[in-house]
Design a protein around this ligand. Structure first.
Ligand code: HEM
Length: 466
C-alpha cells in the first residue's frame, strides 16, 4: 500500500474565531495580545490581524533574516506602506525595485559619517533651544518643570530633522505649518487603516479630498523652501561655502548611471519621506528613554557622571566626542530595545518561496514583530529589565543577530540610522548635563502602537535643574 502523502508543513493557524474573540483586547492592547498568542502557539503563526487581515506574524530571528536579508528580493513592503504614496509620494521608504535601488544609491552618501559631523551643529542647535526653553520656565520659586515629554520630544525631533533637511530655508511659521500638515495627514492615514469600515464615511464627508489638498499644500510649501534655498545660493558671494544641509546634498547628488540630478518631483517625494520617517520615530525613542531614566535614577546618574567626566566646563558636544560617551549610546540602544519605535514592519511575498521546509505562497503578508524579538525571553536574559550595560562591548551574551532590529535590517535598513543615533545621544547629553529627570505621581502610560510605538496619553516627567 502506498504511503499517505505527508501533510505540507506550515506554521500554526490561529482560528479566525480566536482572533475575533480577542479582537476587543487586541484593539486595547495589540502588543500584549500578540505576545500572549505567540507565547502560546509559537514564534511564527498565521493569524487575522485585527480579526480581518490574514498575516503571518513572526518573532523568529531566522525567518526575519530570511525575509529582510537573505531572500529580500522576493519581498516588497505591503499595501499598508504603499498607501502612503498617495499623500507623500514615492520616496525611499515607499519605493520598490530598481527605482528604489537607484534612489538609495543616490541618497545614502548624504548620511555618511563625514556628512553627519557637519549636521551635528544643526542638531545641537535644536537640542539647545529645548534646553533653553526649559531653563526659561524655571525660577527661584519654581525649581522643577513638569511636562508631557512625548509632546516636547515631538517638537524637538521635528525641528532637528526639518533643520537638518532645510537649514535656514524654512521660517518658524512654516516649520509649524509643515509639522501640522504632516501630523494631520499621518493621523488620517492611520485612521483609515485602523478602522477600514469608516472609509465610505470618509469618502462621503470629503475627508479624502481634504487630505489630498493638504498633501498638495505640503508639496507647495516644500517647493517654496527649495526655491528660497536656491535663491540664497545664487545670491551668495563667490567662493562662499554652500550650506551643509540634506537638501543641498540632494541637489548636488548625481545618478551613477547617467550623471543627471533628481527631477523636482522626485526631490519633493524624497524630502517628504525624510520628514515623515525621521520625526516620530526619534521623538518616541527620546520620550521613552527619558521615562526609563526617570524611573532608574542609578542609570541616569551613571550617564550624568560620564557626561561630566568627558565634557567638563560645559564645552559644546561635537560629533567627534560621542565615541567617548559609550554609555549614552547604550542607554539609547536599550531604550529602543524595550520600546522599538518601529515596533512591527510589513512585507508581502512577491513570488513563492520557502523557509525551513515551509512553503510560502505568493502574496503572503508578513508582520515582522520587532517588539516581540526585542522582548523574547529566549533571546534576552531578563528581557523586561532596563539594562543598558547589555550593549557594552564584550558584554555576555552579545545581542542576538537579527534579534535586535530597531532600524530594520538587510538592504532596506534605515538610511537615517546614524543620523538618529547621533541626534538621540545629543538630546540626552544636552538635557542631562543641565537637568535631572524625575517621575511624577502619574503612572507610566501604556503603549499606543500605531505606525510607531507612541505612549498612550501624556508621558509626564519632571525636569529639575542640577
Ligand atoms: C529612532 C529613530 C528611527 C528609527 C527607530 C527608524 C526605524 C526605521 C526602520 C525600522 C526602517 C525600515 C523599515 C522597513 O524595513 O520596513 C526605517 C527606514 C527608513 N528610515 Fe528610519 N528610523 C529612525 C530615524 C530615521 C531618520 C532620522 C531618518 C531620516 C532623517 C530616517 C529615514 C528612513 C528612511 C528614508 C527609510 C527607508 C529606507 C529604505 O527603504 O531605503 N529614519 N527606519
Amino acid at each position: 500500500m502506498a504511503d499517505a502523502p505527508l501533510p505540507t508543513p506550515s506554521w500554526p493557524r490561529i482560528p479566525r474565531l480566536v482572533t475575533l474573540r480577542s479582537s476587543l483586547q487586541a484593539a486595547r492592547d495589540p502588543v500584549g495580545n500578540l505576545d500572549k498568542l505567540l507565547a502560546h502557539y509559537g514564534d511564527t503563526v498565521h493569524l487575522f490581524l485585527g480579526g480581518a487581515r490574514p498575516s503571518v506574524v513572526t518573532r523568529d530571528p531566522a525567518l526575519v533574516q530570511h525575509i529582510l536579508q537573505k531572500n529580500h528580493r522576493r519581498y516588497h513592503k505591503s499595501d499598508l506602506t504603499h498607501g502612503l504614496v498617495r499623500y507623500l509620494g514615492k520616496g525611499l521608504l515607499t519605493n520598490e525595485g530598481a527605482d528604489w535601488l537607484r534612489q538609495r544609491r543616490l541618497i545614502q552618501p548624504g548620511f555618511h559619517r563625514q556628512r553627519l559631523a557637519g549636521l551635528t551643529r544643526l542638531m545641537r542647535q535644536a537640542a539647545d533651544e529645548w534646553v533653553q526653553d526649559l531653563k526659561l520656565q524655571l525660577s527661584d520659586q519654581k525649581p522643577v518643570v513638569e511636562l508631557d515629554a512625548h509632546a516636547a520630544m515631538t517638537q524637538v525631533a521635528f525641528r532637528i530633522v526639518a533643520r537638518s533637511v532645510f537649514g535656514d530655508s524654512l521660517g518658524e511659521e512654516q516649520l509649524t505649518q509643515l509639522s501640522d500638515w504632516l501630523t494631520a495627514i499621518q493621523a488620517f492615514y492611520v485612521n483609515t487603516i485602523r478602522q477600514p469600515y469608516l472609509r465610505p464615511w470618509h469618502w462621503a464627508r470629503g475627508n479624502y479630498g481634504r487630505h489630498d489638498q493638504l498633501a498638495r499644500n505640503l508639496r507647495e510649501l516644500v517647493r517654496g523652501a527649495i526655491a528660497r534655498h536656491e535663491a540664497a545660493l545664487a545670491a551668495a558671494p563667490a567662493g562662499a561655502l554652500p550650506p551643509n544641509d540634506l537638501l543641498q546634498m540632494l541637489l548636488d547628488a548625481r545618478y551613477e548611471d547617467d550623471g543627471t540630478a533628481m527631477s523636482e518631483n522626485q526631490l519633493l517625494d524624497e524630502l517628504n519621506i525624510l520628514l515623515i520617517a525621521g520625526h516620530e520615530t526619534s521623538a518616541n525613542a527620546l520620550a521613552w528613554a527619558f521615562a526609563l531614566l526617570a524611573h532608574h535614577p542609578e542609570k541616569q546618574e551613571k550617564l550624568a557622571a560620564e557626561i561630566a567626566r568627558e565634557l567638563p566646563n560645559g564645552q559644546a558636544v561635537e560629533f567627534e566626542d560621542l565615541p567617548r560617551l559609550p554609555y549614552a549610546l547604550h542607554v539609547v540602544q536599550e531604550a529602543m530595545r524595550l520600546y522599538p519605535p518601529a515596533w512591527i514592519i510589513d512585507r508581502t511575498a512577491t513570488e513563492t518561496d520557502e523557509f525551513a521546509g515551509v512553503p510560502i505562497a505568493k502574496g503572503t503578508i508578513f508582520s515582522l514583530y520587532i517588539y516581540g524579538l526585542h522582548h523574547h525571553p529566549g533571546l534576552w536574559p531578563d528581557a523586561e529589565v532596563f539594562n543598558p550595560e547589555r550593549f557594552a562591548a564584550g558584554a555576555a551574551p552579545a545581542p542576538p543577530a537579527y534579534g535586535y532590529l530597531p532600524f530594520g535590517g538587510g538592504p532596506r535598513l534605515c538610511v537615517g540610522q546614524q543620523f538618529a543615533l547621533t541626534e538621540l545621544q545629543l538630546v540626552l547629553i544636552q538635557t542631562l548635563r543641565e537637568f535631572r529627570v524625575e517621575p511624577t505621581e502619574a503612572p507610566v502610560p501604556g503603549m499606543n502602537p500605531l505606525i510607531t510605538l507612541r505612549p498612550a496619553g501624556e508621558l509626564r516627567l519632571r525636569f529639575r535643574r542640577r
